[in-house]
Design a protein around this ligand. Structure first.
Ligand SMILES: [Zn+2]
Length: 331
């Protein structure tokens, strides 16, 4: 039995037909974890869908109404890049409920993995890039609303920049406690953009391929714009650097890790060159940093479009194995 919970529902399946997004990956990950003995039935919790009130903590009433009544404009549907249906709306409400549950579980168990979610391209008033509802933002705002956390940090390792995340948390209120001054920050890193001193209650880190979707990248707290084709060692060095820098500037009550599988070298929508082993080392690094800083960490899966779907499933399963290895050890 795992020392933490996995959040999963068959309802995570996205009814989008033949699509580059492998909608069946969630069930395949669950099956693979069970088959390999990494997890058993007792390790899984089934989420409830988020309530409309939860969703409205992030999304505008106009957008939510359009989704519930099926009245997106053709242009809005096109931007979503997945075919709209009432069933699809249900799947996204459920994914958001799963991320809320994962965040709650992380606060008691130190870590929790939503075998879904990570829809980081959703904005308050529209969806895009396969993302209708920003489940991670809904979870953060929900826990803040309930007084369970004050601050959070997103660590987005999907190959695509977290534009929705950056936009949603761009205007957040300043924390009550002053942050360390810029003079305490590390020396300038090439390729890294930092938002000016104005920090909110959610600190956003995105590591992504610069020459990739989205064309317009609203500033995160830390953006690491990676060049095409970089491999494991370079990537891990950048990640280590970004995490250290972020945690020098900000003390999160919760870390939200978006463990995208698409920095993989055989990904159809990515242009980096990480190996399956490198991606597991990436997960271990995030978990070790969270554990040593005593920061609860909730995980969502985000993208993954390997030519061979089995590779995407392996990468996502390895995230659970990495969490097990890091959080099972005594020291
Ligand atoms: Zn992606």
């Amino acid at each position: 039995m795992l020392p933490f919970k996995l959040i999963y529902s068959d309802g995570y399946y996205l009814p989008i037909g033949a699509h580059v997004f492998p909608a069946e990956k969630y069930r395949r990950i669950r099956d693979s974890l069970m088959r390999s003995g990494v997890a058993d039935g007792k390790d899984f919790l089934q989420p409830e869908p988020a309530t409309d009130q939860d969703i409205l903590l992030v999304h505008t009433p106009q957008y939510v109404r359009k989704l519930k009544t099926g009245t997106l404009s053709p242009r809005e549907e096109m931007e979503l890049e997945v075919p709209f249906s009432a069933e699809l709306v249900k799947a996204f409400w459920l994914a958001a409920g799963g991320s809320i549950l994962a965040a709650q579980q992380a606060l008691t168990d130190r870590v929790s993995v939503n075998i879904g979610g990570g829809f980081h391209h959703a904005f308050p008033d529209h969806g895009e890039g396969f993302c209708m509802i920003h489940d991670v933002a809904v979870a953060i705002r929900g826990l803040q609303h309930d007084g369970k956390i004050r601050t959070a940090m997103t660590v987005d390792c999907d190959v695509h920049q977290g534009n929705g995340t950056a936009a949603i948390f761009a205007g957040t209120r300043a924390p009550r406690d002053p942050l360390p001054s810029a003079s305490g920050s590390p020396s300038a890193m090439d390729g890294v953009r930092r938002k000016d001193a104005q920090a909110g209650d959610v600190f956003t880190i995105s590591l992504h391929q610069h020459n990739n979707y989205p064309a317009v990248k609203p500033p995160s707290s830390i953006d690491v714009d990676l060049p095409d084709g970089i491999g494991d060692d370079d990537y891990l060095a950048w990640l280590d650097n970004a995490l250290s820098s972020g945690l020098r500037q900000f003390e999160p009550d919760l870390l939200c890790y978006l463990a995208g599988a698409d920095p993989y070298r055989d990904d159809q929508l990515g242009g980096l060159s990480l190996t399956i082993e490198g991606l597991k080392r990436r997960d271990e690094l995030v978990f070790r940093v969270a554990r040593s800083g005593d920061i609860p960490v909730m995980v969502t899966y985000a993208g993954g479009y390997a030519k061979n779907v089995e590779d995407t499933v392996t990468i996502h399963c390895n995230t659970v194995i990495a969490a097990k290895e890091v959080f099972s050890t005594k020291n």
